[in-house]
Each structure stands twice: as C-alpha cells, then as structure tokens.
Design a protein around this ligand. Structure first.
Ligand SMILES: Nc1ncnc2c1ncn2[C@@H]1O[C@H](COP(=O)(O)OP(=O)(O)OP(=O)(O)O)[C@@H](O)[C@H]1O
Ligand SMILES: [Mg+2]
Length: 446
C-alpha cells in the first residue's frame, strides 16, 4: 500500500507553506515540501505521495502540471480564484480547487475525500482493471501505466517516456495521442536514426527563402503530437533550438518570420537522462521542460503472466497476417517464454514468434522453434511452480538444451525424427546446426 498519509505541498510563499504544514501535521499527515513543479519532480519520486496540494500560480510551470505526473490526486489552491480557471483546473483532472484564504476544515475534508476516492492504491482489491485498446497489461506496473496514460492524454504538458528498447515506447506515445482525441498528426522521429549533420534540418527545416526550402518535422507536427524517440541522442545545438521552440511556442528560421507552432511533445529515452545532464551531454533546461510528466514502461521480464498473454496475441495476429491456420504453444514453449529474460522486450518476443510461425510446420509451436538466445541471465526468473524446478536441466539455456538433445539423439535418430522431437522443421534444424557449430555427422560406412 502506498504511504497512506504522506502529502506533498508545493507552495512558494514561506508563510503559506508553514501554515499548511502545521494544519496537515495537526491532522496526522506527513508533509514534504517543494517550491515549484520542477523542484517537486527533481527532488521526489512523486509517485510515493498519497496526495499533492499545490498552489496554481508557481514560478516556472503552473501547479496543474503536476496533475497526472503520478497517480496521486492533486488539490489546487490559488491566490486568484476565478470560475474559468476553476473549470480549467477540474477539466485537467484536479480533484479540488480552493481560493485563498480557504477554510481549514474544508481543505482537510477535501483531502480525506480525495484519498478515499483516489485510484493511487494498487489495483489488487477487486476494482476494475484499467484497459487500453490494443495494449496488453494486467500486472500492477502496466495497470499503473494505463491509468496514467488516460490521465495524461487530456493534458497538454510534455511527457517523457522511459523504457528499455522494444518495451512499447512508440505504441504508448501514439496511444496517448489517440486517447487525447487530437485531430492533428502524430509525427514520430527517431533521433538516433538520423545523422547528426542532418537532424537539425530534418527537425527545423530550411529557411523558406533558401534554394532548397523545406518544411521540418516540427512544422509537420503542428496541431498534433511530435514524438521524439531517443531524445538523449539529440545533438546539443538541436537541443538548444528545441528549447526555444518549446519556450516561445514558435519556430524561427534565419531570414524568415517566426511562425507559431502548437504541438504536444512526447519524448522517449532508454537512458537515464539525469545522468546525461550531469555529464553535460543533455541540456538541463530541456530536461526540465520535457520531464514535466513522466511514464515508465516496465521491461517484459517484470510483467509476469502478461508475457504469455502477449505471446498468444502475437501468435494469433501472425497466423492471421500470414494466412495460416491457427497455432498454439506447446507446454515447453510456454515455459520457455516465461523463463526467458527477453532483453529485447516485446519486439524480441514478436520476432521469435514470427520466426517460429514461419519455420514451424505443425499446429503446435514447441520451445525449440522459438530459438531463444542470450540466456546468460537464466535463473533470474525461472518458474518455480512446477515440480521439475531444481532439476539440473532447468539451468540449461535453450541453446544448451538444443545441443544436448542433438548430441544425445543424433546417433539413433534421423534428421526428420530429431526435428520433429524438437518441434522444428528440418530446414530449421539444419540452420541451427550451422549456427551452433554442430554439423550433421556423416554416416559412417557400415
Ligand atoms: N503492451 C503491449 N501490448 C501489445 N503490443 C505491444 C505492447 N507493448 C509493445 N507492443 C508491440 O511491441 C512492438 C514494439 O513496440 P514499440 O515499437 O512501441 O517499442 P519501442 O520501445 O519504441 O521500441 P524501440 O526501442 O525498438 O524503438 C510493437 O509492435 C508494439 O505494437
Ligand atoms: Mg521506438
């Protein structure tokens, strides 16, 4: 259970802060403090707070930027209450909006209500699971991700997605764009895939009066979402220009008048950007601008049974796409899927299944057909529920298993029998013999 009564107060006036702290502590809450949105995000893992009370008007970003930055409910207080800003704040997802000076009893009551009604508790207690069309995820981390995606979809602030490669960063970004209902385009740019000397023109375009005038990707995303994948790879000069676009809401090219740009930025990285900031490879101001709201996508090896559900969905889709009859996984394949560490995450799972579908012949896909490599990290997650756990074979990687099986059986089995026992085609057996360096033995003359 999340720390029940730890509340983050974000307030830049020391006197108001002290008064709020006193009030909250008097009612049994633990209090942490910050003076701005940026400070809250930099100093705390704000997911740990049960609620956030923030002033609306803060230096830098407004308090509304904390909405959706974690599952915690956000209560806003303001020096300048107005109907319009109240409606806007509630639309963004604030659970309360109080003009100063507010009634102390009212604040405490709102806070208690917010805590009871908040979905910041893990979804283990019979509540409806969160769902996102086209995405699979029942484990607690994915459920948390789904809830936050829904919350963030309605806001406009930039989002930073953190996740290893192949975890679904682009899928998450695209889905947030769709959930937000924006009629504008979704433009995805992989900063690591564009040469360093090309990226600025790709993003920002050429001046309109240049011989080869061109529209940049930022322009193309106007009115929609710009997804910058691997933003950590953006060269420093391009980072500087991006900060200016975000800051001014307009794009400037030498010799041309600045143009207004209205887009939502979603950035993704598989690196720890804070580390890059410390190494002066990533601009601190850009980091704070894009890290207003952040999402973490868990690696596949942390998703438990979701992995099998994903595998079954991918198998179904692959058979459909390739116009093949339906297939299913054999028991040993399911076990292999659950115990593999999937360093390449969902993308690796997709590749392994597609390969198995293409190479396999029968209706059932066996472990051998999945060709799972790189199992040096075996044992990280070996299934312990079956009675076989602890047997020495359990420690073997699939490659070891394959070798062992071939060595043990090749003297008395034909290639067809070997392949069939392994659940793979003869062609696949031949390929794997080549790859693992166990060529077929020449028949000894009798
Ligand atoms: N939770 C999920 N449910 C269903 N499909 C998923 C899920 N997560 C990822 N995928 C699928 O996995 C594949 C990889 O996802 P995506 O390209 O979004 O990952 P990525 O993190 O951007 O990868 P890379 O680091 O290689 O750029 C896609 O085909 C995507 O549809
Ligand atoms: Mg990607």
């Amino acid at each position: 259970m999340i720390a029940e009564s730890e509340v983050l107060v974000v307030e830049d006036e020391p006197a108001s802060l002290a008064a709020l702290r006193g009030l909250l502590e008097e009612h049994g809450f633990r209090v942490s403090e910050a003076a701005s949105v940026a400070e809250s995000l930099a100093r705390f893992d704000i997911g740990r707070f049960a609620a956030i009370i923030s002033k609306l008007e803060l230096p830098g970003a407004p308090g509304t930027d904390l909405i959706g930055a974690s599952a915690a409910p956000v209560l806003l207080v303001t020096n300048y209450p107005s109907v319009r800003s109240a409606i806007e704040s509630m639309k963004l997802g604030a659970v309360e909006y109080l003009g100063k000076p507010f009634d102390h009893g009212e604040l405490i009551e709102s806070l208690r209500k917010a805590l009871v009604g908040s979905d910041s508790q893990p979804a283990d207690g019979g509540s409806q699971p969160a769902t996102i069309p086209g995405m699979i995820g029942r484990c607690p981390e994915m459920q948390e991700l789904f809830r936050r995606m829904r919350k963030l979809a309605g806001a406009e602030a930039p989002i930073l997605i953190n996740g290893e490669s192949g975890t679904g960063k682009e899928l998450v970004a695209r889905t947030i764009h769709q959930l937000g209902g924006s009629p504008g385009p979704f433009v995805a740019v992989n900063c690591a895939a564009i040469a360093e000397n090309r990226i600025e023109t790709e993003l920002f375009g050429y001046p309109q009066d240049a011989a080869e005038a061109s529209v940049g990707l930022i322009d193309s995303a106007d009115g929609g979402t710009l997804f910058l994948d691997e933003i950590g790879e953006l060269p420093l000069t391009a980072q500087g220009r991006l900060v200016r676009v975000l800051q001014d809401g307009e794009i400037r090219l030498s010799g041309a008048a600045p143009r207004k740009i209205n887009l939502r930025l979603i950035a993704a990285t598989r690196h720890e950007l804070r580390q890059r900031v410390a190494e002066h490879r990533f601009r601190e101001d850009l980091y704070y601008r894009i890290n207003v709201m952040s999402l973490r996508i868990p690696p596949l090896r942390e998703r438990g049974a979701d992995t099998l559900e994903l595998a079954r969905m991918i198998l179904r889709d692959a058979c459909q796409r390739l116009q093949l009859p339906r297939k299913r996984f054999g028991k040993n394949a399911e076990r292999a899927i659950l115990s593999h560490s999937w360093p390449g995450n969902v993308r690796e799972l997709e590749n392994a299944i597609e390969r198995a579908v293409l190479l396999g012949e029968g209706e059932s896909i066996e472990a051998g057909a999945l060709i799972l490599e790189d199992e040096s990290s075996q044992g990280g997650k070996a299934p312990s529920t079956d009675g076989e756990a602890g047997k020495p074979e359990q420690k073997l990687s699939l490659e070891d298993y394959f070798r062992q099986f071939v060595f043990d059986h090749q003297d008395f089995m034909t290639e067809t029998e070997l392949a069939s026992k392994l659940g793979i085609s003869r062609k696949c057996l031949w390929e794997r013999r080549q790859r693992f360096g166990i060529p077929r033995k020449k028949k000894q003359p009798a």
